[in-house]
Design a protein. Sequence first.
Length: 380
Amino acid sequence: MEADSWVDKDGDWRQKKISLMGVVQSFASQLKIGQDMTRVSLPCIFLYPFSMLEVMGHRELSAFELVYEANKHKDPLDRMLAIVSWVLATLPQERWIKKPYNPVIGETHECWIESPKCGKTVFTSEQVSHHPPVSAEHVKSLQEDVDMSCNLSFGVRYGGNSVSIVTSGGGKLTLNKFNETYEFPKRTPDMVVRNLIFGKKKIFWEGDVSITCKETNYTVSLNFAKSGSDNSVKGKVEQLESNGKRRLVGNIEGKCGEVIYYTDGNSSRMLVDHSNVARAKIHYLPMAEMHNLASLRVWADVNKFILKEELDKADELKKSIEEDQRKRIHQKTAEGTMNQGRYFALHEKDSWKLKVEPPLLANEKANGKTETKDEKPAEN
């Protein structure tokens, strides 16, 4: 039986407020303004029962079939706008009141979506660095012939009654059908959590994200900002012309979590309506088929205690997991293998690439070869 992840589920537990204000204030009093909270072990009262790698898998995959709309278009502008639609669909209006676990070094997460129309899309991620925290990810569809790889890093800065999550690390998405690569110098905007302890909590995406395709000379620049009580997104689509100048093609405007439009001089079209985005079901291997550092196994027992509100037991187990991580780091440092993960390896500074095919991807390729040879699906 397939495993499941709490990141895909809703319930009262998700929006249950932290009621122990004394605990919150006591913990906050130990922090300094500007302190990097990725180096702080948070008590489980502040945590959701899922890892950041699980969040990444859910965000990237659930609406990833929007990317495949690009394969249907002959016009390169339409292909770029299909990619933009997917990017915007991964950035809803956040309502988190807690945070996911920081992944431990060597932790991995694998999952997939599939449909008769688009086949199977496989997601693979791994926590490849602890300080600074870096998560490497790879997405692959054999049927649609699409690849994506990203390195993501998060820095969390404490600001008294606010927290800033500063992101870095980019990636590339390739439409092999058109030999086009879409580059993201920065995959996601920053996030700011306001009124962290006192007042009504508000979460906003802030900062800039750009997407460039050198093969078609199109560039999209997006800016996310607080606008009153809303989280606005504004942007522009430009094309580099032969004279070296950029020509404005159209504009993008809307609100995160709501409707966002693209307009040019003659028309307007909706890029994404967050209330109507088709979200695919995400699949996971059975727990027994996962290795010990798979996210769903690493945190399984901590999850149980958090959901039972047995937080002392959750904290104790979490500390044990973090102590095991310190031992792995010491061992890898002694062996000189800090630049090698289970699935990814460091190729250049801050550039981790897939070095071996994870089982999910290898199995999918094997099945794909069988289908091509036999001209029918392989039998299970």
